[in-house]
Design a protein. Sequence first.
Length: 197
Amino acid sequence: MADLAVSKKPERVPAGCAACVDVETTGLDPGRDEVIELAMVLFTFDRVNGNILQVVEEYTGLREPSCPIGRKARAVHGISLQEVQGCNLDEKRVNRILDEAELLVAHNAAFDFNFVSRLFPAAVDKPWYCSMKGISWSRKGVRSKSLERLLQAHDIKLNMSLHRAGSDVQGVVKLLSICDESGKAYFQEMLTYGPIK
């Protein structure tokens, strides 16, 4: 009698780990302007279906710049020079989060990459994914790619005000946790689109 093959349960693929990143700055020029607020959400995700599993850690920090905060920038985020005086980012904590994340996510990732990579060289070597460009929002019936409009369209309400880094990263993670009508997670669609860097 031939030996019967022993059926085994398929081994579970370990969860992936990613960080959502957002910055508020003194202006739009990464060559001249500087980060004044950095927020990160470290989270795990299912490598098979792209579902976001859980938030592991959140960090938000302020930083005093060496240049003035532009009037237009301040109108967007509302951060004053007085608010950031004497403030420094927790570099050790930020670098640890960057080390744990295998990939980074941002809404308009090219903007955030240009600022974050100047402060934290570890961010340069990570693949960056964009929740603004990496998902076909128009096919989901949303005309605007602005984070504010996308959150409104998906009925995501945040405790903090928009246009601050902490609330923006929370909003992006909640948005990417949603599945489309076919059951595919937005996060998975973004991963399929590929990194911007």
